[in-house]
Design a protein around this ligand. Sequence first.
Ligand code: SF4
Length: 353
Amino acid sequence: MSETLNQPTSTPVQLSARHLTRHFTTRIPGRFMKAKHVVRAVDDVSLDLVAGHVTAVVGESGSGKSVLARMLARIVKPTSGELDLEGTPIAVGARRTLDYASKVQLVLQDPFASNNPVHHVRHSLERALLLHGATKGTVDELARAALTRVSLEPPDRFLDSYPHELSGGQLQRVSIARALCVRPSVLLADEPISMLDVSVRLGVLNLLKGLCDNEQLALLYITHDIASARYLADETIVMYAGQIVERSISTALVDEPTHPYTQLLIASVPNPADPTSQAREKAEHTTFAVADVGCRFAPRCPYAMDVCRTSDPPDFTVGEGHTSRCWLHASEPEAVSEVAPPERRREGETTKT
Ligand code: SF4
């Protein structure tokens, strides 16, 4: 298992996850539809969300980052694992309580889909407030305060607007205001800027950073854009096919990536000065493929060795608070293949790392 970064004792851990795992079983069409296929969406992920800190989870589609966010929000039940909110263990198999929902809020990728087009902003905010215990006499003031916190001012200009009357950036701020108005301690932001115009993305990132700094929110920022993770996050976690493959302080991870998948993500960031190199990298490595045995990234990895195709690598410590799940960091990677028996995964079997 990966160890989380050591945090100063003065910064409380708001939400802690240990060994979170989610497997989905699908039926393969065939005679009597009996054949099963297990999709290992998230495998043995541990992380701490700390007050005033931003933790980024980076990966391409299919890496499991959105399933992870939904497990943390308790919208998706884990196959196994533990959650701990503000020091209290949570029964992950039980229904989500209103108290948990108010403390851990999720902001989704598409603000147009997450705001009801037939209701104005006032309705969306006041409904959330009433559901979480506010009185009718206070909701108007609280809704105005929520809009002010996300810099939608003056609030009167936005309260009676319908979603189609707002820009994508303004509507995403409304979604953030709706999440904040119930006073959460943890905010899970699932690709909050990916559907916004480039010109307004920085404003939303700065808003999230300001909320984290000024209100001591613990923020999980999910993205496929590793450059924005470096800009916003204190710690960055890279996921591939449900596993954490590298984690570190964001600047160290992006400036000195040690896992071939992280290196590929960074190479894929558009570089206007050298467009041909980017195109070459993409042409060589864009096909998403997952190995059932050994390192899951092996089918795409330019450095794959024999050991990679037979044994799942553990986490290797490559720096202070910096781990990399790659045999390249073993002291003698070739020797490992001689002593480690090939893993044979049976149907429904969970992955141990
Ligand atoms: Fe590549 Fe092997 Fe490292 Fe996996 S373990 S990333 S295949 S070198």
